[in-house]
Design a protein around this ligand. Structure first.
Ligand code: CMX
Length: 435
């Protein structure tokens, strides 16, 4: 039977020629112009990356290889007919560009299981960190520490050619994705459960086993993990974690380095850390004004106070999206199905009714609607996963599926080292003066 790597090679390698031809034959085609505003707004709207795994539409939200979240909900294989899609299926889709059937998803689960053994020294690195260290600090360090295993780095040292380098990249990526749930759950149990570790259950799927190793064997939590780990997996190429993976990988740093760096980016409060910030902000609001659904006026005042003190309202706004994030909506649906009476879930609903209306009154805020992080913390908390600092690690485990799939494609395409140009302030001022 054809292995995953053989199938990937059959699908991906012919595409490399298309990219070479594009560069050769159409290199001078103009795609748009860059304004001073683009540069000073973090290059928003400037097309400068080639990403195959997903595309973000400002109005509609994310499509993974052309499929929206509702379409994936229908078409990706599940464990239970009424349950959530398996993240392994999305991983297969992003890697291969084809929707998998259940047998193909099972093949991914088996392969990830086989590769899931984490080297001992990675646990030693985790154990050497103080208990006060933030989970994302430990997670990034553990990922970088695992670079000792890199087949990519070894193959490069041994002189592998550019054309073949995707192959050890594929190996590293599969190993990384396979091992992240073990690393993450080990960190979780060490920090919050007196280091009482739980062995993997190799009969479970990738997300179910992750929930199990964290200590949550309730089937509803496993469903939550399947949903959580597939919706956070990718958000096209320009977000900080995806772009960092691509950028660091473009220096032919090994996939462990590239992904470790991406996790340092995800740990920022404007990106993945927002999923913890939302809960902190909500808890503070509850302390100050009481249960939020009791008074919409007091929510309004609290939101205004947050903005007027120079802070952002976490979980709201987006660099690209201009509507409610479909990843918020899928979580909302899950929450209302399983936990309609939970006060936190109700509080998220009350905020959704008020916050956008307040944000709309600030002209500078381009998107007043909730993003993925507005909901995820409340769901985790509702199931008793109360350690907020850990939430971004869950995001990181999921994000690996998309950014690492893309990293293998980067190597198939032979994309060069990334090196945009920079200019001095004097140069920009001169351009501004020009007619
Ligand atoms: N609360 C208050 N102010 C906000 C805001 C919010 N939720 N969203 C945007 N703004 C402000 C910006 O800070 C900026 O202010 P200044 O001009 O004074 O610097 C202005 O509005 C314009 O920003 P924008 O063009 O609308 O948004 P950006 O592309 O610059 O930033 C984002 C996008 C997500 C960083 C921003 O909306 C934000 O900080 N949101 C809260 C944090 C958050 O939820 N991040 C998670 C995003 C999803 C993810 O990556 O996980």
């Amino acid at each position: 039977m054809e292995s995953l790597k053989e199938k990937f090679a059959r699908i991906a390698l012919p595409q490399a020629d298309k990219v070479k031809e594009l560069a050769r034959e159409h290199g001078d085609k103009v795609l748009g112009e860059v304004t001073i505003g683009n540069v000073l707004s973090g290059m928003k709207g400037v097309v400068s990356l080639l990403t195959v795994t997903s595309k973000l539409d400002p109005e509609e939200g994310i499509r993974f290889r052309g499929y929206s979240i509702p379409e994936l909900h229908k078409n990706l294989p599940k464990l239970h007919p009424e349950g959530e899609p398996l993240p392994e299926g999305l991983f297969y889709l992003m890697l291969m560009g084809e929707l998998p059937d259940k047998a193909q998803v099972d093949m991914v689960s088996r392969e990830l299981n086989m590769r899931s053994q984490v080297p001992k020294h990675v646990f030693d690195v985790i154990d050497a960190m103080p208990l006060t260290a933030k989970p994302m600090t430990i997670f990034s360090a553990a990922i970088i520490a695992m670079a000792t295993e890199s087949r990519f780095q070894k193959a490069y040292r041994e002189g592998i050619g550019k054309k073949d380098i995707w192959e050890p990249a594929f190996e590293d990526v599969m190993n990384l994705v396979a091992r992240l749930p073990r690393i993450a759950s080990y960190i979780y149990r060490r920090l919050y459960h007196q280091n009482m570790q739980i062995e993997a259950d190799h009969y479970l799927d990738w997300a179910g086993n992750f929930a199990h190793m964290m200590g949550y064997d309730n089937e509803e939590v496993k469903r939550l993990f399947r949903m959580y780990l597939y919706i956070h997996a990718d958000h096209e190429g320009g977000n900080v974690s995806a772009h960092t993976t691509h950028l660091v990988g473009s220096a032919l740093s090994n996939p462990y380095y590239a992904f470790g760096a991406a996790m340092a980016g995800l740990a920022g409060p404007l990106h993945g850390l927002a999923n913890q910030e939302v809960i902190r902000w909500l808890q503070k609001m509850i302390e100050e004004i009481g249960y939020v659904c009791d008074s919409k006026e007091r929510i309004r005042e609290y939101v205004v106070k947050t903005i007027e003190s120079g802070r952002v309202v976490p979980g709201y706004g987006h660099a690209v999206l201009r509507k409610t994030d479909p990843r918020f909506l899928v979580q909302r649906e899950f929450a209302l199905k399983y936990l309609p009476n939970n006060p936190l879930i109700q509080a998220v609903g009350c905020l959704y009714e008020v916050v956008p209306e307040v944000l709309k009154t600030y002209q500078k805020i381009k998107n007043p609607w909730p993003n993925v992080d507005a909901h995820s913390g409340a769901l985790l908390l509702a199931y008793g996963i109360k350690e907020y600092d850990f939430y971004t690690v869950l995001f990181g485990v999921s994000r690996a599926l998309g950014v690492l799939s893309q990293l293998v494609w980067d190597r198939v395409f032979g994309l060069p080292i990334e090196r945009p140009s920079s200019q001095t302030l004097e140069w920009f001022l001169e351009q501004a003066e020009k007619k």
